[in-house]
Design a protein around this ligand. Structure first.
Ligand SMILES: Nc1nc2c(ncn2[C@@H]2O[C@H](COP(=O)(O)OP(=O)(O)OP(=O)(O)O)[C@@H](O)[C@H]2O)c(=O)[nH]1
Ligand SMILES: [Zn+2]
Length: 317
């Protein structure tokens, strides 16, 4: 009988039915399946095992494939609902050091509400987030003005905003140096240039992108699975499929403002300890919005997300 063996490995690709796992000791890759149902204690997700997970794999020398039999506890993860009202949750990646939210001011335009929803999730799961504005080579005068406003608003909120062009190679060194020795996730709407950017940061990656093929002139490629790649001497980058909606989960309505860094900072000055920063007198948050110490667009996102939560909990009669 074939002798069964096991190893601990890192999940570097997850398609939903197949998982590519890198053996932590040997660095070898093995295609794996899940044995039975692996259920996680607290999270209900469509994907039980995700890129960045450490897992135990059982295999024998005769087999071409391994079987994932155990998942190690996660240090952290980022999770979202696919739409605001959907019940199904999807984990983007696990055990990550930082996330780069790739956005575009134009072509396509990333909405402020999407950005703010994403940042709330990053705060809630304690993953440091940096915003990367891509395609700056394409912006006309209106988009350039919008970019300046965008930068002001997020600087005020306490986020770093980097401006790059993946195709022109603009400002890539600063971003590259941030990736050394870290596990970094790149996320954002479809078509903002995540794969193109990662290819530009490291020419060895050769990720497929939405660039129309020179040979066939038909169709564009879009990333459908999350995948993790070694970067530099000891870092990892994770390319993720483009996402449309970002439904926040696990955040209670009355705690939402904790995850807006800027709103939270000013909330200490509110007259009522349970101020929701919507209608209360003596609200230091509303005052800060009036004084332009908190960006109006951030406050509007806060109100919008609160409203959506109302919708979710409204009972049908
Ligand atoms: N002009 C310009 N075009 C860019 C830039 N970055 C990406 N693109 C183009 O934008 C399109 C989409 O790029 P992708 O890298 O496939 O985008 P993605 O975010 O990975 O998309 P999904 O896989 O669908 O999530 C391609 O045609 C790229 O060539 C840039 O900095 N400037
Ligand atoms: Zn208040």
């Amino acid at each position: 009988m074939a002798q069964s063996k096991e190893f601990i490995g890192l999940v570097v690709k997850a398609t939903g039915s197949w998982y590519t796992v890198v053996n932590r000791e040997t660095g070898e890759k093995l295609e794996c399946k899940i044995r039975g149902k692996i259920r996680l204690k607290d999270v209900k997700t469509t994907n039980p095992i995700v890129v960045g997970d450490y897992v135990k794999v059982d295999f024998s020398d005769e087999d071409e494939i391994g079987v994932i039999s155990k998942i190690h506890e996660r240090r952290n993860y980022i999770i979202r609902r696919s739409t605001n009202l959907s019940k199904e949750a999807h984990i983007i990646a696990a055990n990550i050091d930082q996330v780069f939210l790739v956005v575009t001011i134009d072509l396509p335009k990333t909405s402020r509400e999407f950005v703010d929803r994403f940042l709330v999730a990053a705060e809630a799961y304690k993953v440091p987030a940096t915003i990367v504005v891509n395609k700056i080579d394409l912006y006309d005068i209106d988009a350039k003005v919008e970019l300046e406003l965008f930068k002001m608003d997020y600087a005020l909120a306490g986020y770093e905003v980097m401006e790059v062009s993946a195709t022109e190679g603009t400002n890539l060194d600063a971003l590259r140096s941030r990736l050394e020795g870290k596990v970094s996730v790149f996320s954002g709407n479809s078509g903002v240039g995540k794969s193109t950017l990662l290819n530009a940061l490291d020419i060895n990656l050769e990720l497929r992108t939405g660039k129309i093929s020179d040979y066939h002139h038909k169709g564009t490629h879009t990333t459908t699975f999350s995948e993790m790649f070694p970067f530099g001497s000891n870092g990892y980058v994770i390319d993720t499929p483009g996402i449309k909606g970002f439904g926040i989960i696990d955040v209670k309505k009355d705690e939402l403002f904790h995850f807006f860094k800027d709103i939270f900072r000013y909330s200490e000055g509110c007259k009522f300890y349970n101020c929701t920063h919507t209608h209360e007198p003596g609200c230091a948050v509303k005052e800060a919005v009036t004084n332009e110490q908190i960006a109006l667009s951030r406050y509007e996102s806060y109100l919008k997300i609160l409203e959506d939560e109302d919708e979710k909990y409204r009972t049908k009669f």
